[in-house]
Design a protein. Sequence first.
Length: 517
Amino acid sequence: MSATWLKNAIFYEIYPQSFYDSNNDGIGDINGITVKLDYIKSLGCNAIWINPCFDSPFKDAGYDVRDYKKVAPRYGTNDDLVKLFEKAHEMDMHVLLDLVAGHTSEEHPWFLESSKAERNEYSDRYIWTDFCFGNADDLPYIGGECERNGTYVLNFFKCQPALNYGFLNVTKPWQKPMNDPAVIATREALKDIMRFWLDLGCDGFRVDMASSLVKHDDDKKSGTSAIWHDIRRMLECEYPEAAMVAEWSDPGLSLRAGYDTDFYLNVTGNGYSTLVRDYENHENEDHSYFKKDAGGNINRFLDEYMDWYEDTKDIGYISLFTCNHDTIRPRYNMDYRELKLFYAFLFTMPGVPFLYYGDEIGMRYQQLPTKEGGYFRTGSRTPMQWDEGKNLGFSGADGDELYLPVDPSSDAPTVSSQEKDEDSLLNTVRRILALRTDHEDLQSDAKLTFICTEPDRPLVYQRGSLFVAINPRGVKSSLKKELPIGEKLFEIGDAFYDKGELTLAPQSFGVYKSSEG
Ligand code: NOJ
């Protein structure tokens, strides 16, 4: 771990298309982010992660990069991004860019060169078989598109050919070992992109599909990990405060590979999904832990999380998020009170938390046709809802020119309406984040110990010297136990400790100092 600023970082994730349109062309832009930094800071977030904002044909919302070193014209210019870095730093904030390490767009100049019949510098930048009908040894591939006599391997969608970082064990003549000069050139090209943006002032990267680099890797991902180690060594020498955030969801591997933090992604049936979206396997009956009357069990989350936490707490962080651009917003199945308790939990846990734009006001998931390869994800990518004005304050363009439509409902939540309400989700998020900021014991590093996880009792845990208690259920819940619980620092609802008994009113939350000083 190297980026010391992560100790108290709270991130805000921005899907640039939909955050704020500063020039009224219907799509969000970099300057729009810059003018809204004050708002982000007012939430209590001190860092942002911007989804890919580079030149792209946008067949996967920018995760298909055509030029890694150029801001997409629809978002502005490289100078705009540099100004954003500068303004953020003046405000003591940090900015992460999204590094799409495993693949490019099929329109990237490297790929166009690589697909030519005659050999050239980029012939091996991607993974090609040696025959136009050749299958790619169980990897997904495309044939018949290029003049080169071969098929090429994909990393995700059809538009995203896999960059060539080599094979752990070579079994076919067309596969390259990890130490092949052409394969090493891919890794060096990635470092070059990283240096380019770090030199311009970015503070690190969220790395897309970080585990996907080396093909036919082993269970421990030793090939891919060796590459990230090498990159970490470069960062340690040249940019010691750069942060690396993995999209990997296996912190035991990613943190040992040199990452600072790894997302606990919401995957159907995993621990995280049981917090907010535990219904896929229950014929639509919702058993989510934070759903008021669902009877969910926190141990379904903790069984996985605590194994990861115990294994990695001394080497890095786990990042919990409200949701992200790939998942359904939590407001889909949860009301404001349920969201308050869910967020209170997320933001009092260890590691580096992420708040997805709009979740602080409970923006809804919209049923929409796919846009830019979003499919079901499109509904979580709609414009930020700032106020009650035109396009809910997102853009001055005409409605039909918007990147995506704004929430059409008459009660669409907005920042301005929630600012006026002391008890709104927005103001509750602000209070919770202020609490985290004021107490090192609630930040990334402080030790986590669970005191009560019994399904019918309040969930009680200790962070450093502070006690946290949550009752997400619609009925009162209590725990008789002598605990050194002292002054109450924060509550939602009514949550108190008296005469050896912790009592939490329905759907309540409390944070307390230790009485032992
Ligand atoms: C993960 C990203 O979060 C997602 O949006 C994208 O489609 C894939 N990786 C492919 O890059």
